[in-house]
Design a protein around this ligand. Structure first.
Ligand code: NAD
Length: 294
């Protein structure tokens, strides 16, 4: 069993770390929030105190942090991962961050002779708890082979998407599709209501015809047709509108750097910004329909 440092044990990292503990690994957790670390300790992990202590003897170092700034701090900072990790440690960043930062950190790790993967996830908190996440992995074959036994304890699907940063690239492109498609589905249900069309009838038609998509069939933004969708519990997340906004902004930054036109992605980012400004930030991202309905 491996000795693992897990840095960032919040909503996602906490249950991921606990799944590693339950698989028998020796997990040393770090987080700015002591209550989050306490949950991992209660499950049989250890509170490491700080990053330097956690990584000192770790064979694998996982990070699950909010954004690129925190990843830079934890990897590049004094007493950080790159300074203190064992020379043979495997580094895996599961946070969703910008592609440029992911590539910069991976390049600095490689310069130190360390294997590093970017491995953002899809599947939300439910997937983290149930160990059914999808990992999108950028990095070397050798790094992925080392990570695979650990990733398989936290997720169900592991896709090697290419070299460093390509995990983040896949994540941003996927969520670009998701953000746009949810707005499309929400617009359709809003129009259906205005036209006197029963939402269940629209669902029955679109879920079996060319309008079919995940935003409709799994996360339907109106209550009723899909009983497990957040709309049936007052849009409790799920995946929050502010996280969708974050990912759409990352996609816009990447599109800008690459000179790629993503006009619907740009519009989606503006609409999610308005939703967040209007107080829907902590709701599931499907709550964007509430803004369209007003
Ligand atoms: P979270 O805010 O619950 O957890 C992040 C944790 O990192 C917090 O506990 C925070 O205290 C800790 N942290 C921040 N800076 C730190 C530092 N310098 N040192 C140590 N700990 C630090 O967020 P989350 O929902 O767990 O999301 C984590 C990442 O996963 C994000 O990048 C997010 O975009 C991505 N993600 C989230 C979901 C989801 O549904 N929540 C789904 C897919 C991907």
């Amino acid at each position: 069993m491996a000795r693992v440092a897990f840095i960032g044990v919040g909503n996602m990292g906490g249950p991921m770390a606990i799944n590693l503990v339950e698989a028998g690994h020796d997990v040393h957790a770090v987080d700015r929030d002591p209550a989050s670390v306490a949950l991992v300790s209660a499950a049989g992990g250890h509170a490491a105190g700080d990053v330097a202590v956690a990584v000192a003897d770790a064979e694998a170092v996982f990070t699950m942090l909010p954004a690129g700034d925190q990843v830079r701090e934890v990897y590049f900072g004094a007493g950080g991962v790159l300074e203190r990790a064992r020379p043979d440690a495997l580094l895996v960043d599961c946070s969703t961050i910008d592609v440029a930062t992911a590539r910069e950190v991976a390049s600095a790790a490689t310069a130190r002779g360390l294997d590093m993967l970017d491995a953002p996830v899809s599947g939300g908190v439910g997937g983290a708890v149930a160990a059914t996440l999808t990992f999108m992995v950028g990095g070397t074959d050798a790094g992925l082979s080392r990570a695979q036994p650990l990733l398989e304890r936290m997720g169900r699907t592991v896709v090697h998407t290419g070299g460093p940063g390509n995990g983040q690239a896949a994540k941003l492109c996927n969520n670009l599709i998701l953000g746009i498609s949810m707005i499309g589905v929400a617009e359709a249900f809003t129009l259906a209501h205005a036209l006197g069309l029963d939402p269940q009838k629209l669902f029955d038609v679109s879920s079996t015809s060319s309008g079919q998509c995940w935003s409709l069939t799994t996360y339907c933004p109106v209550p009723g047709p899909v009983p497990s969708s957040p709309a049936n519990r007052d849009y409790a997340p799920g995946f929050t509108a502010e996280m969708m906004l974050k990912d759409l902004k990352l996609a816009q930054t990447a599109a800008g750097v690459g000179g790629v036109a993503t006009p619907l992605g740009a519009a989606a980012a503006v609409l999610y910004q308005l939703a967040v400004n209007g107080g829907l930030g902590k709701k599931d991202f499907s709550a964007i329909i509430k803004m369209l309905e007003t």
